[in-house]
Design a protein around this ligand. Structure first.
Ligand SMILES: *Cc1c(COP(=O)(O)O)cnc(C)c1O
Length: 382
């Protein structure tokens, strides 16, 4: 689809055509493992559903369109998508990543891939000089997550791309927190965009699915080869649900962002709150970078209670009514979590505290409910 087409049109029409069989406007859920051949080797583009499935293709084409890529691959989960990227590497290769990255990514890197000889180094990526110093001849990939989870630091994507070009490195951005509504890393020169589509893309907390989107054909071929050879594909039903979710991404994001802005300001003023992490504050250390590379500041925010203890955090969480205590994010419903004991429990405590994931830290995924109801809920819980 033409690049000039607006994002809120692309989410509905990007990469989509009425189904060839009966003109169905939404692609049917092709719940089939295999396809009839008219003669040996002769089929209509699909031979076996690990290699390709029309419902999955419809989602992949939509993702390529909304991320300004040329090809997408979808997987059984976000982690399966990251796993496919790691398979581009070989023993001895070094991956450089941000310190405060998603706990599951950290676990996959350290506990699954490090024993195979791939090396992971962590650096404060908000500081490009530190990143440049950490690059060695074995460095192959910059794994970038921005905004970071759960502290909402913002990494300058263009600065990372500049370094990657200078040292001939691959770049990958985990774009889960922002969604392509807010930022499009491929347009900034990044090689691979990764998504946990489980979150904003699908948007309704009813599916687990991962995606990779790329621009360059040779990279698309390598990743497609890995997807088919390793087999961690997304199924047709989950592909359908994600595609359906994407249709409302633009309108959902608008409301998510409006609500988060009001809630961030409310919490900032509250006497029981010590600190609020949200890139929309002018006082946020990377606010200017967020302004440069995103069209809004997102709907994820974290707060530290004045009473910075696990007990106080647990009490606050159990007092909440509209915010459900749960892992995950990006759904229409508001969620709240305690990173130290939930999403980030697999990061050693010493490292956790060092990066700011303290016991009194609570992460909010602001949903699209009425903002006055959400504020009243937070107020009574505090
Ligand atoms: C949830 C999440 C993942 C992992 O995705 P799954 O779909 O749960 O496997 C990766 N990165 C970020 C930032 C996430 O929030």
């Amino acid at each position: 689809m033409n690049k000039k087409v607006a994002f809120n049109t692309k989410v509905i029409h990007g990469g989509q055509q009425p189904d060839k069989a009966y003109g169905a406007v939404m692609p049917p859920i092709y719940q089939t493992s295999t396809y009839a051949h008219s003669k040996p080797g002769m089929h209509q583009g699909y031979a076996y559903s690990r290699s390709g499935n029309p419902t999955r293709t419809a989602l992949e084409d939509a993702l390529a369109s909304i991320e300004s890529g040329t090809a997408a691959m979808v997987f059984g989960s976000g982690l399966a998508a990251i796993d496919a990227v790691m398979k581009l590497l070989k023993p001895g290769d070094v991956v450089l990543s941000t310190i405060d990255l998603y706990g599951g990514s950290y676990r996959l890197f350290k506990q699954v891939y490090e024993p195979f000889g791939i090396v992971f180094e962590f650096v404060d990526m908000t500081n490009p000089e530190k990143v440049e110093k950490a690059i060695s001849t074995n460095t192959k990939l910059l794994w970038i997550e921005t905004p970071t989870n759960p502290l909402l630091n913002i990494i300058d994507i263009e600065a990372m791309v500049t370094l990657a070009k200078r040292y001939d490195l691959l770049t990958a951005v985990d774009n889960t927190f922002a969604s392509p509504y807010l930022q499009k890393p491929l347009e900034l020169g990044v090689d691979i965009v990764m998504h946990s589509a489980t979150k904003y893309l699908a948007g309704h907390s009813d599916v687990v699915l991962g995606a990779l989107v790329v621009k360059e054909e040779s990279l698309a071929k390598k990743l497609y080869f890995i997807q088919n050879a390793s087999g961690a594909i997304a199924g047709p039903m989950d592909s359908f649900l994600t595609l359906r979710g994407i249709k409302t991404l633009a309108v959902r994001m608008q409301r998510h962002i409006e609500n988060a802005k009001v809630i961030a300001r409310f919490l900032q003023e509250h006497p029981k709150v010590e600190k609020v992490y949200w890139p929309g504050f002018a006082s946020h250390p990377n606010h200017h970078i967020a302004k440069k590379q995103m069209i809004g500041f997102g709907a994820m925010l974290s707060l530290v209670l004045k009473n910075n203890t696990e007990k106080a955090a647990h009490q606050f969480l159990s007092n909440l009514k509209w915010f459900t205590l749960a892992e995950s994010l990006g759904g229409v419903e508001s969620l709240a979590g305690h990173p130290a004991s939930m999403t980030h429990a697999s990061i050693p405590q010493e490292m956790r505290v060092k990066i700011g994931v303290v016991d009194g830290l609570v992460r909010l995924s602001v949903g699209i409910e009425d903002q006055n109801d959400l504020i009243a809920d937070l107020n009574q819980a505090l």
